[in-house]
Design a binder for this molecule. Structure first.
Ligand code: PLP
Length: 349
């Protein structure tokens, strides 16, 4: 197996340090840190000065606590494992008035951040008045307020301005800036790049910008230097005659006599089928993918390509965010697919 995922730790560090210099980051490290690897991402971000981390998984939150008692951990999904939250000093979202009414006694000793539902309509309080009620009752420790935008990544959508205004109005209504919240956070990578940090906000809650992709394509590529390389080697080349096929159910049929290269990487390693509509790169030259199987990929090549050559699917020229723009899938979708169990992991930089 030659397929490997290389992660550039130096760039990961430099990007985190550069942004943390300008704004306090609440680093989103959910789903194994967008598949960069939770340990690697945590160690690198900590080294870069980041001290606040957010995830959706209690298991990941506990792992983070085991790594350091000097960090703030925010669980973005609600959990009823109150003992675990308390014992590990993990702050959690308060996702609704109903959750509050049901569990306010269990939440003693746990910091919560009130979540505002807004246009994402996934979770959160509907109205400022409900949030006000929780604040006035003083039955739980509210150390933050937050929301998540549904349209920040769509640069031309008018809804972003609406959800932004809803949020800022809600903050005014509950007098957030006078309440000394330890955390006021709303902005993902796209929102932060569009607007800078909002007034009175303590943190930008960033994911993809830390992991080497631009949240939207209008930004310059060096806004987020790429941190992943996905590559493999040609394990064999074959000459096909016109009309001959290769792969299951004639997945590839030679239109003319041609040369193909077989590589040991496939969708089982995390190469999305949509990615296979586009080229790979060998010796700086692009070649089309002819067929994608679970553990193999077939490329149509020329006489410059031979067994053992390195084949790139992602690198500095084949950026994840460029494929996002082409419709392959969201940045996070392409990264989440990468299979850490089958790919050889290499740390570079
Ligand atoms: C609640 C929440 N906040 C922040 C982020 C980070 O978003 P991005 O990766 O666009 O910065 C995510 C990512 O999906 C999220 O779900």
């Amino acid at each position: 197996m030659t397929a490997r995922l290389q992660i550039n730790k130096k760039r990961l560090y430099e990007q985190a340090a550069r942004i943390q210099n300008n704004v306090n980051i609440l680093a989103v490290v959910k789903n194994n840190a967008y598949n960069i690897g939770l340990d690697l991402a945590f160690d690198t971000f900590f080294q870069a000065g980041i001290r606040a981390f957010a995830t959706t998984s209690l298991i990941e939150a506990v792992k983070l606590r085991k790594k350091s008692d000097k960090i703030y951990i925010f669980l973005m999904n609600p959990s009823t494992e109150f003992e675990t939250l308390r014992n590990n000093n993990i702050a959690m979202t308060l996702p609704s008035l109903t959750f509050y009414e049901t569990y306010k006694n269990d939440l003693k000793g746990i910091e919560v951040h009130l979540e505002y539902k807004n246009l994402l309509r996934r979770s959160g309080f509907d109205y400022a008045a409900e949030m006000q009620k929780v604040l006035e009752e003083n039955a739980v420790t509210v150390s933050g307020v937050w929301t998540h935008f549904a349209y920040a990544d769509e640069i031309n959508s008018p809804e972003y301005e609406v959800e932004k205004q809803n949020w800022l109005t809600m903050l005014d209504t509950i007098h957030a800036s006078e309440r000394n919240f330890r955390f006021i956070h709303a902005q993902n990578s796209a929102s932060y790049m569009r607007d800078g940090i909002f007034p009175s906000h303590t943190h930008a809650r960033l994911g993809i910008l830390l992991y080497g992709s631009r949240p939207y394509h209008e930004l310059a590529p060096d806004t987020a230097p790429s941190v992943i390389t996905l590559c493999t080697n040609v394990i064999q080349t074959l000459e096909l005659k016109q009309g001959e096929s290769s792969g299951y159910s004639s997945a590839f049929i030679a239109e003319n006599d041609c040369k193909i290269a077989i590589c040991d990487i496939g969708y089982g390693d995390g190469v999305l089928r949509t990615r296979a509509k586009y080229d790979v790169m060998i010796h700086g030259k692009r070649y089309p993918i002819g067929a994608l199987m679970m553990s193999h990929m077939l490329i149509t090549v020329d006489q410059d390509v031979t067994t053992g050559d390195t084949v790139y699917l992602y690198n500095d020229s084949l950026r994840v965010d460029d494929y996002t723009h082409l419709g392959v899938g969201a940045n996070s979708e392409q990264m989440s697919a990468l299979n850490h169990y089958s790919l050889r992991l290499e740390i570079t930089g």
